[in-house]
Ligand binder design. Structure first.
Ligand code: NAD
Ligand code: DAU
Length: 359
């Protein structure tokens, strides 16, 4: 029997992870993808160039805070499932201006939940049964781990440290409340740090690659000892499909690549990859560009995800190691200046390119 094509609404589909999800689902063939995105500074339709003319792909520019617009899109596009990724995502921006994070991540999620609930209530029984609201969240809701012990499980207490992680924690609570109170079939996932192609060059890995190629300082906060747990973005996209299709209603799933590295190790590995691929004209290593700068306030020391539940219940495993994924990523930035150079030149302030604050 021919399998029915499901219509999936992806919010934030013009962002880093959302665009990977759109490309992944369209390539798989079993989905019609409706991308809903406000196109903030972080949204970029150039990331969807590979699928923009595909018959199973549509785009709507809309704000998740606009429940009326969302209701209309859910109805006219006959949406079967929602994957909610739209958010303000950069911790440093949340420290400089928290209100935008409350507005999009908290109020926007609640507005989307309200529209989704109305839509779900109007579906017939079979489509109601099949419907999912998949909320894409972060390991940062669990807060700070000591350097030498502990991992985040699905049962870890919420202890967010930054305005960004507090806003994501609040949104997780609202999603669970819409399940417990109104019966909306939700599923959640909390993932570790992603990296890969189309990553906005204000985040550590793409910033360091772009600055190194431009002979600019590579800003490392504090001593570079903080630890993050890295996952290649396409592995995350595959995990998200598994959560949406196989995850149990009301449950959450931790996603991570068991790839903990200090920030300094990450930066040094990028320098070594670039030294081999694009040696500097002065003959020195890119390591010479590293600049230790003022630390991030409230900087969580370490994140580490225990992905056992996702591995066991969803049968998901990452395909890339940190070494293979980082090499692909460096190669992608070397070959795709058309994507990241205009962002740096037109839409990006100097403070976020590591040009200020060097100690
Ligand atoms: P991103 O900043 O690259 O993209 C966010 C997208 O959301 C952009 O396209 C933006 O235009 C859109 N958006 C913002 N506000 C909106 C609004 N009000 N209405 C509609 N669209 C809006 O973010 P990302 O790194 O791709 O992260 C996507 C999601 O995954 C976020 O919810 C984030 O919390 C979560 N997450 C990210 C990571 C990571 O390492 N990047 C890890 C775990 C979880
Ligand atoms: O853990 C998941 C989270 O990962 C996501 O929820 C966030 O949306 C995503 O932005 C990311 O948050 P981080 O704060 O960990 O990512 P970022 O790339 O900003 O920083 C990674 C580490 O590198 C962090 O310890 C801070 C440090 N850093 C960052 C920048 C931008 C530097 O040392 N120098 C820098 O210039």
């Amino acid at each position: 029997m021919k399998q029915e094509v499901q219509t999936v609404l992806v919010t934030g589909g013009a962002g880093f992870i959302g665009s990977a999800v759109c490309r992944h689902l369209v390539a798989g063939g079993g989905y019609r993808v409706v991308n809903l995105d406000k196109l903030t500074y972080a949204g970029n339709l150039a990331s969807l160039r590979d699928i923009e003319g595909h018959p199973n792909y549509a785009f709507h520019r809309a704000d998740i805070c606009d429940a009326g617009a969302i209701r209309q899109i859910l109805a006219t596009e006959k949406v079967d499932r929602i994957m909610h990724l739209a958010a303000e995502s950069h911790v440093d921006r949340s420290i400089d201006g928290p209100m935008e994070f409350v507005s999009t991540n908290v109020v926007g999620t609640v507005s989307l939940l309200s529209a989704a609930l109305d839509h779900w209530r109007g579906l017939d029984a079979a489509r109601q049964q099949n419907f999912r609201f998949h909320h894409v969240s972060t390991d940062e809701v669990f807060g700070d781990l000591p350097f030498d012990s502990g991992v985040f499980s699905e049962e870890s207490p919420y202890r967010p440290s930054s305005p960004y992680s507090a806003s994501k924690a609040a949104s997780d609570h609202f999603v669970r409340a819409w399940h417990e109170t109104y019966g909306l079939p939700v599923v959640l996932s909390n993932c570790s740090n992603n990296y890969g192609p189309y990553h906005f060059p204000e985040k550590l890995i793409p910033l360091v690659i772009a600055n190194a190629l431009d002979e600019r300082p590579l800003p490392v906060y504090g001593k570079g000892a903080n630890v993050r747990d890295w996952l290649y973005v396409e592995d995350h996209a595959r995990a998200l499909e598994a959560v949406m299709t196989k995850g149990q209603v009301g449950e959450s799933y931790n996603i991570g690549g068991r790839a903990e590295r200090t920030n300094l190790e990450v930066v040094e590995t990028i320098c070594a990859l670039l030294d081999a691929r694009r040696p500097r004209s002065n003959g020195k290593s890119h390591l010479d560009l590293i600049a230790f700068v003022a630390d991030r306030p409230g900087h969580d020391r370490r994140y580490a995800i225990d992905p056992t539940k996702s591995e066991r219940e969803l049968g998901w495993r990452p395909q890339e190691t940190f070494e293979s994924g980082l090499a692909h990523t460096v190669d992608w930035y070397l070959e795709n200046g058309w994507w990241w150079r205009p962002i740096r030149e037109q839409r990006f302030d100097g403070a976020r390119q590591g040009l200020v604050g060097a100690q």
